[in-house]
Ligand binder design. Structure first.
Ligand SMILES: O=C(O)C1=C[C@@H](OP(=O)(O)O)[C@@H](O)[C@H](O)C1
Ligand SMILES: C=C(OP(=O)(O)O)C(=O)O
Length: 438
């Protein structure tokens, strides 16, 4: 469904965004890999995560929803997965698909992975390459290592030391999850530290995992295979990648004053907040606390005069999903914002570099792409008046709806249908803050 957003009054109020998508996928998968009952609260009930729950069921878990965001998983344990007769369909979700390839990888079963038209375009060799080192066999794959893909796990998996060629938490996690059912120590070396939710959850469920610094920005993770995971409750904090939308909306709409409660502040996820503060955004972190091993805080943000900044490439993993909405903030800043090292944006739900560029063009904003860098020329205002093609990409849809709240003329997006993958109540939540979406 198309939608149009228009400039109106200042945004105001206090909201809570849904649970973190990365942690929600992992909580279900760890539940599957644990014998006994795993209780999850605050689970993101978006389509991506629901597809992961369905796949966990197909692989042997009993999963119940006991209330809003409250789920219990009765798992089968590491080594206990059952073969599914049906293909596992991950819809729009790279995380669900790639992590589950790791979960299944070292089990001696056959599994077929599939997804929607967007996911079928995304590269999967980045997960299959390391899985083959464990002894996993790729039985069938689409052209260029695309979905649908069938793999078969070995009877005698061997542990792996893998230096990841891409800064990707999905690849790192696939390797670690596969290493769970290989004897001995599996290690991943990453040149750039990426989100560490898998490592944290491995410890939380009783596995032996050590993390050591590697080089200037990287890490080495060593995991002892074939542990008996112990059920542990998971409280999912609010998703900083979803908080990004009301956060930027409040920063660019003059006079706004919005508080977003209980947002996860894991420093491997807070690159956008760091950048917005550098740009001059009035963001206060209130009531900092630790819940379920994650730092969280309430974020108060007010309408701000933003200035263009240079965003270093090494910050990209800590805000990889936030560049579309940062580009929107940059359009309303005064001066040039250069975002460096964005090559990974080309392999998300859409080619986000191209989709953002087209969206900025539709809004009459000057920009340039220089190699892997996006340069936005902000003038403090943007004409708007265009329609943005969202290409089955939730973040493109939400970013340009936010943009229309501050452009001179309304902005339209061609399809809001994919917002349900990560932020099902985005539209009502933004309307409660005063957003004019029609
Ligand atoms: O591990 C995860 O939960 C995620 C990792 C990131 O992907 P990459 O690992 O491909 O960078 C991110 O874009 C995705 O939304 C969630
Ligand atoms: C890239 C994203 O997700 P995934 O890779 O799981 O599809 C995202 O949510 O922005």
């Amino acid at each position: 469904m198309p939608m149009t957003s228009s400039r109106g009054k200042a945004l105001a109020g206090t909201v809570t965004v849904p649970g973190d998508k990365s942690i929600s996928h992992r909580a279900l998968m760890f539940g599957l890999l644990t014998v006994g009952e795993t209780r999850i609260t605050g689970l993101l009930e978006g389509e991506d995560v629901i597809n992961t729950a369905k796949a966990c069921r197909a692989l042997g878990a009993r999963i119940e929803r006991t209330g809003p965001g409250a789920w219990t998983v009765h798992g089968v344990g590491v080594g206990g997965l059952v073969q599914s007769a049906e293909a596992l369909d991950f819809g729009n979700s790279g995380t669900g698909c790639r992590l589950m390839m790791g979960v299944v990888g070292c089990h001696p079963i056959r599994a077929t992975f599939d997804g929607d038209a967007s996911l079928r375009k995304r590269p999967m060799r980045r997960a299959l390459d390391p899985l083959e080192l464990f002894g996993v066999r790729v039985v069938a794959q689409g052209e260029g290592g695309r979905l649908p893909i069938t793999i078969e796990g070995p009877r005698d998996a061997v542990p792996v030391v893998y230096e990841s060629p891409v800064a990707s938490a999905q690849v790192k996690s696939a390797v670690l999850l596969a290493g769970l059912n290989a004897p001995g120590v599996t290690s991943v070396i990453e040149k750039e530290a990426t989100r560490d939710h898998t490592e944290r959850m491995l410890s939380h469920f009783g596995a032996s995992v050590t993390v050591t610094p590697h080089g200037a920005h990287g890490r080495r993770i060593d995991l002892v295979g074939q542990p008996e995971l112990k059920p542990a409750p998971v409280v999912v904090p609010a998703d900083p990648s979803s908080a990004a939308f009301p956060l930027v909306a409040a920063a660019i709409v003059p006079g706004s004053d919005v508080t977003i409660t209980g947002v996860m502040m894991n420093t491997l996820r807070t690159g956008l907040i760091t950048t917005l503060i550098e740009m001059g955004a009035a963001i206060e972190q209130l009531n900092p606390r630790i819940e379920s091993g994650e730092d969280i805080a309430d974020l108060r943000v007010r309408g701000s005069r933003l200035t263009g900044v240079d965003v270093p490439a090494h910050r990209a993993p800590s805000m990889i999903d936030e560049y579309p909405i940062l580009a929107v903030a940059a359009a309303f800043a005064h001066g040039t914002t250069r975002m460096r090292g964005l090559h990974e944006l080309r392999v998300k739900e859409s080619d986000r570099l191209a989709a953002v560029a087209d969206g900025l063009a539709a809004a009459g904003v000057d920009y340039a792409i220089d190699g892997d860098d996006l340069i936005v020329e902000g003038t403090g205002r943007a004409p708007g008046g265009g329609t943005v093609a969202t290409h089955m990409d939730h973040r493109i849809a939400m970013s340009f709806l936010v943009m229309g709240l501050a452009t001179d003329q309304p902005m339209s997006v061609d399809d809001t249908g994919f917002i349900v993958t990560s932020f099902p109540d985005f539209i009502p939540l933004m309307r409660r803050l005063g957003a004019d979406f029609a």
